[in-house]
Design a protein around this ligand. Structure first.
Ligand code: F6P
Length: 296
């Protein structure tokens, strides 16, 4: 590929991410390699987690692949797991490295929005809109489980945009008795349906729905959205971000930047040290909870 300053850059696709670096043969990318993928979800690189990479032997094999293929810099696409691995490996072996913040969990510290999260949130939101039709018609309570093992971002975003009555996330302790108390009080005032969004890290929809049904005696059903949130056509925002950040990452490497991630903050492309990016991201919860409570 050529950069804005007409500099020629050879790009190699490391298939299966860190695991791919365990193999010696890499594939050189050209324009054709990425043609027709702009409207696809998932990853053509098939990046995946790799336990072996965290061992000394794995690091040695990855370094060998890099040296053998004369790779002069790495671009790591992922969230804080991928960046933690890059931050450990690249400075140790003096390999220039830039990360691109891409994760549906939106859990990269110092970066407002990661590639993919807007698509995942909109997919979950569509599902919740559909569920609301049955919740209202049949006068039921639904507990909808969305992705987010350690991070409640998707849950908060869909609960707010979907007008959901309650949201349970790993970052905030909750007492199901309080949730049930609110449901019963609302029910006494004529409220007939509820949608409770739960991030997977906060509990299982099935268990929570069963307990709510036992305590309130109201018809309560669980729905697990699962991996449908990981696929589908990327939204305009996710595509825009991917293009901007990809371009920026290449230019950062050429400028000699390293050990940093590119992302968006306050509407602008920003660079964040991996050291900062891998720290636990704090979400300002109070305002979001206040808004959700005002809406119900
Ligand atoms: O890290 C992103 C994420 O989508 C989490 O929210 C979720 O818990 C996890 O990946 C699911 O991973 P897997 O498909 O490997 O079970």
């Amino acid at each position: 590929m050529r950069t804005a300053t007409n500099q020629k850059v050879e790009v190699m696709g490391v298939f299966r991410g860190w695991w791919g670096l365990m193999n010696e043969e890499l594939k050189v990318f050209d324009h054709r390699s990425v043609s027709g993928i702009i409207n696809q979800g998932g990853t053509i690189l098939k990046t995946t987690r790799c336990q072996e990479f965290s061992t000394a032997e794995g690091e040695k094999r990855a370094l060998n692949t890099i040296q053998k293929n004369k790779i002069e810099g790495l671009i790591v696409i992922g969230g804080n797991g991928s960046f933690s691995a890059a931050h450990k490996f690249c400075p140790k072996f003096k390999i220039p490295c830039i990360g691109i913040a891409a994760s549906i969990d939106n859990d990269v510290n110092g970066i407002d929005v990661t590639i993919g999260v807007d698509t995942a949130v909109n997919t979950a939101l569509n599902a919740i809109d559909n569920i609301r039709d049955t919740a209202t018609s049949m006068e039921r309570i639904y507990v909808v489980e969305v992705m987010g093992r350690d991070c409640g971002f998707i849950a908060l975003a869909v609960a707010l945009a979907g007008g959901c009555e309650e949201v349970l996330i790993p970052e905030k302790k909750f007492d199901l008795n309080d949730v049930c108390h609110n449901i019963v009080q609302g029910n006494l005032k004529g409220k007939i349906s509820w949608i409770i969004v739960v991030a997977e890290g906060a509990g299982k929809a099935e268990d929570i729905a069963r307990q709510i049904k036992e305590i309130t005696t109201l018809d309560t059903r669980p729905v697990v959205l699962g991996h449908i949130q990981r696929g589908g056509r990327p939204t305009a925002m996710s595509r825009d971000l991917a293009l901007r950040l990809g371009y920026e990452a290449v230019n950062c490497l050429l400028r000699g930047e390293t050990d940093k991630a590119v992302g968006m903050s306050a509407g602008k492309v920003c660079l964040v040290d991996f050291e900062t990016a891998i720290k636990k991201k704090e979400i300002k919860l109070e305002k979001i909870y206040e808004l959700i409570k005002i809406l119900t």
